[in-house]
Design a protein around this ligand. Structure first.
Ligand code: PEP
Ligand code: MG
Length: 537
């Protein structure tokens, strides 16, 4: 009898890592039949199911980290919105069973979200599916949380998509990773997977219905492959790759605690990028030199814009965590590939060249003012630094400085504790990189992700242009070198917080250009500090 042939399917990497194990196919709710009652009974049953689901979300949120609690709060708020239940209530009044009425109402809403051009809204459809299934399960008394009990290796969760609550209810000590046939790398689930180091592929290009429970699978979320029924040779390759990864990680771990110093004794500041506040919880503050970038966009993805107190709590939490180390907060960088409904323009032909970053903040002073007040209040608590994204001309930073100074004066007059933070700029627009010396700033942070995109005129999210989208392009390196030289001549700190800094080969080039501060994802800290120790230039 011949062995079944290995199957390889491509996927998009949402969270890096490797796993091998039995596929556990999840995501299909098991519904039991339920008898239909009178409209009043049906409405009471649906209302009770909604109440039970809300209570369950609250229980989960009570023990969750800040990011998770925020996601669960979004779901709770959706569920508590009367408008969500109205179509189902009408259908029930017309004689439809509660489960059918609920499923139809949610399906219509999900279809609307899925038809959106905007990836952010498409990703939110997953939250609605999560609610649809959670309430349906409460109504039916069914449970479909995948369980890998009985498998020997860590299992691999394989599903069409995974919702945030399903992710949170899954016991990840039993799963080595997840392969999703739908999903998006910008979804909440992908964020959760990254922050917890669970390897995950999304958009796997294959046939989910053909996967049998328990079939052996290799999840290669380092190069973007799901391999089913791996051949002996593939398993051997996987084992070698996993062993090499484990060995390298062990070697690099030795460099995590001590300060980063090159082989010739040059001290390099290594800070972390905080894409959300929860991510710092897994980092020992003494293992880094503070926070070099906080992407505040995460605060603006709820159903409403975050108020001053909410923002202050978040910034103050980061300052407390850093315990005297610098904390760099970036003002809102919405627009481009990070639209925010109701805030960013939705009719731009080319959003990457549109009203993005500081351009948007200056165009929406009422929104910017809230963030500025929260930032200057947090600056009274520790060494907070603030930087603006997508700065193009010096006048933008002059305007920002005026707004900060005015906010400090007003708050002081009102007796509110506050301080003027150091004000810096992201250098990611070529014109700003060419004339960095002209900008009224205290420090520079090079955003290489966007700088590469704008210098080489290649969209950062277009894989077809990957060969042109090259951080090694001499024009990119020239501009980075120029900004470093301006920093040295003017005594202003220069750091680099784009992905380039986390690649050991590219990092050598940057250190060769004289860079002394980098900011990287927490997961890359040990790797980057080890690469610095090896650098002998
Ligand atoms: C960058 O552009 O390099 C950067 C760090 O910012 P973002 O990736 O958030 O645009
Ligand atoms: Mg950028």
């Amino acid at each position: 009898m011949s062995l079944p042939a290995e199957q390889r399917w491509r996927g998009t990497i949402a969270s890096r890592g490797l796993a091998l194990g039995a596929a556990v196919v999840g995501g299909i709710a098991v519904m039991r039949a339920r008898a239909k009652g009178t409209p009043a009974e049906e409405w009471a049953a649906l209302a009770a199911a909604v109440r039970r689901t809300t209570a369950r979300l609250r229980t989960l949120a009570a023990t969750a980290d800040a990011l998770t609690a925020e996601i669960l709060e979004i779901q709770t708020a959706l569920l508590e919105d009367e408008a969500l239940l109205e179509p189902a209530r009408d259908a029930i009044a017309g004689g439809v069973a509660a489960d059918r009425a609920w499923a139809d109402a949610l399906q219509a809403l999900i279809a609307d979200y899925e038809a959106e051009d905007d990836e952010y809204f498409r990703a939110r459809a997953t939250d609605l599916k999560d609610l649809r299934d959670s309430v349906a399960r409460a109504l039916m008394g069914a449970d479909d949380v995948p369980d890998a009990t009985g498998s020997h290796d860590a299992a691999i969760l394989v599903a069409q998509d995974l919702t945030p609550t399903r992710f949170l209810e899954t016991d990840w000590s039993r799963f080595g990773g997840a392969a999703l046939f739908g999903g998006s790398a910008t979804s909440h689930v992908a964020m959760l997977a990254r922050s917890r180091g669970i390897p995950m592929l999304v958009g796997v290009d294959g046939d989910l219905s053909g996967i049998a429970q328990g079939i052996q699978a290799v999840l290669d979320a380092e190069s973007g492959w799901l391999v089913l029924m791996p051949a002996e040779e593939t398993r051997a390759q996987f084992a070698a790759m996993a062993a090499a990864h484990a060995h390298i990680a062990q070697e690099e771990a030795r460099f995590l605690a001590p300060p980063a110093v090159t082989a010739r004794g040059r001290r390099i500041q290594v800070q972390i990028n905080a894409d959300n506040p929860a991510i710092v919880a897994g980092v020992t503050p003494a293992h880094c030199d503070g926070i070099g970038l906080t992407r505040t966009e995460f605060l603006f993805h709820g159903p409403a814009l975050p108020d001053e107190e909410t923002q202050l709590r978040t910034y103050a939490g980061l300052v407390r965590w850093a315990a005297g180390r610098p904390v760099t907060i970036r003002t809102l960088d919405a627009g481009g590939d990070k639209p925010i409904a109701g805030l960013t323009p939705d009719d731009e032909a080319n959003p990457f060249l549109g009203v993005r970053g500081v351009r948007l903040s200056l165009a929406r002073p009422e929104v910017f003012a809230v963030q500025i007040r929260a930032l200057v209040r947090a600056a009274a608590l520790g060494p907070l630094k603030v930087m603006c994204p997508m700065v193009t001309v010096p006048a933008e930073m002059a305007r920002v400085r005026t707004l900060f100074v005015q906010a400090v004066r007003r708050l002081q007059a009102a007796g509110v504790a506050c301080a003027m933070p150091a004000l810096g700029m992201m250098v990611e627009v070529p014109s700003a990189a060419l004339r960095a010396q002209d900008f009224p700033v205290d420090f520079y942070s090079i955003g290489s992700n966007d700088l590469v995109q704008y210098v080489t005129a290649t969209a950062r999210d277009n894989p077809a242009l990957a060969s042109l989208h090259d951080p090694r392009d001499p024009a990119v390196l020239d501009l980075i070198g120029r900004v470093i030289a301006v920093g040295a001549a003017t005594g202003r700190e220069v750091s680099l917080c784009g992905d380039m800094a986390a690649d050991p080969d590219l990092l050598s080039l940057l250190l060769g250009l004289g860079l002394t501060t980098v900011s990287v994802a927490p997961a890359a800290l040990a790797r980057v500090k080890a690469a610095i120790a090896r650098y002998d230039g």
